[in-house]
Design a protein around this ligand. Structure first.
Ligand SMILES: CC(C)(COP(=O)(O)OP(=O)(O)OC[C@H]1O[C@@H](n2cnc3c(N)ncnc32)[C@H](O)[C@@H]1OP(=O)(O)O)[C@@H](O)C(=O)NCCC(=O)NCCSC(=O)C[C@H](O)C(=O)O
Ligand code: MG
Length: 285
């Protein structure tokens, strides 16, 4: 079981040298080095060169490293990949993915270079067509994860932001269902009001309860909240341990079901309990 955590996934504009350095010390599980929407048009050539050099010079430790290039329908996408390939990127995050054909196109470009032989692909799920094609996208070659692009989705669907995110719910769930069906990581969209900790906490709790593995973030001040909420709580760890013990006892008695705190515990609950403990151990180490 791959226990690499994705509780916090921080966007960093590829043009911001100071932020690129700062991230080597930030408590983020993963980084999205952005060449797309966070970089102004006139800055794009400088940003892609700076990022390729930075990725080869700096040590980001165990943090997962995703590079978001521009899509190949723009004038920048092909140049982004040409320059970033020299840094042997661990993963490319492709924006505006509408269909599996977009992923297959990127996979062919990665196949053609020795430096990107092991590069995985992540997809931004941020268009109505992309959401409707979520399963074929999740099934495409080299796929490792989905990032929900809730700002672009809101724009393309003409929906209004609400704190309960009800207008986004179907899209979030369709993305999640496809990701989980194919064993991919699924990371929730950003919370734009980056100085509003209470609002972020509520949205992280909602995303966690839905089944997301973590939250994309835009500012370091958001890291602690996401790291806390997407980690197993001490109550969950305690319950998992007691469920395993209760189920072991029941098994010894020749019974297939245990009862703990007035609730049944079956084999499938033990699978979840073991995943919670494995995740807690992975985070502790
Ligand atoms: C939002 C910001 C523009 C705010 O920047 P700023 O005003 O400079 O913040 P602070 O002064 O509070 O910064 C304090 C220090 O933290 C560093 N910093 C800030 N942001 C980051 C970051 N993202 N990663 C690493 N470090 C960061 C500053 O450099 C300061 O450091 P120091 O000077 O050493 O103390 C800014 O936070 C920002 O640009 N955030 C990223 C925005 C972004 O990436 N947007 C695009 C992604 S969201 C998206 O595209 C959504 C999706 O596609 C969709 O459709 O939904
Ligand atoms: Mg977007």
């Amino acid at each position: 079981m791959d226990m690499r955590p994705f509780r916090s996934v921080l966007y960093i504009p590829g043009s911001k040298e100071r932020a690129l350095h700062k991230a080597t010390t930030l408590p983020t599980d993963a980084i999205i080095f952005d060449l797309e929407d966070a970089v102004a048009i006139e800055e794009k050539p400088r940003a892609r060169r700076l990022l390729a050099d930075t990725l080869q010079e700096l040590d980001y430790g165990p943090r997962a490293k995703l590079v978001r290039i521009n899509d190949f329908g723009t004038e920048w996408g092909a140049d982004d990949l040409d320059v970033i390939a020299s840094a042997k990127p661990e993963a490319i995050l492709l924006p505006k993915v509408d269909s599996a054909a977009h992923i297959e196109d990127l996979a062919r470009r990665l196949d053609a270079r020795a430096e990107t032989a092991n590069t995985r692909i992540w997809a931004m799920m941020e268009s109505p067509l992309g959401i409707l094609n979520a399963l074929e996208i999740a099934s495409a070659p080299r796929m490792a994860g989905f990032i929900m692009g809730t700002n672009d989705l809101a724009k393309d669907m003409g929906l209004r932001y609400r704190a309960d995110r009800m207008p986004l719910f179907t899209s979030l769930q369709m993305g999640l269902l496809a990701a989980k069906a194919r064993g991919l990581v699924a990371v929730d969209g950003v919370y734009n009001a980056f100085r509003d900790g209470a609002g972020l906490k509520a949205e992280c709790e909602q995303g966690r309860d839905m089944g997301f593995d973590g939250k994309t973030l835009i500012h370091p001040s958001q890291l602690d909240i996401a790291n806390t909420i997407f980690a197993p709580s001490s109550d969950e760890i305690d319950t998992a341990r007691r469920q395993i013990a209760a189920f072991d006892e029941a098994t010894k008695r020749g019974e297939g079901v245990a009862v703990l705190d007035g609730k049944i515990v079956e084999n499938l609950h033990i699978v979840t309990a073991k995943q919670i403990l494995a995740k807690a151990e992975a985070l502790a180490s």
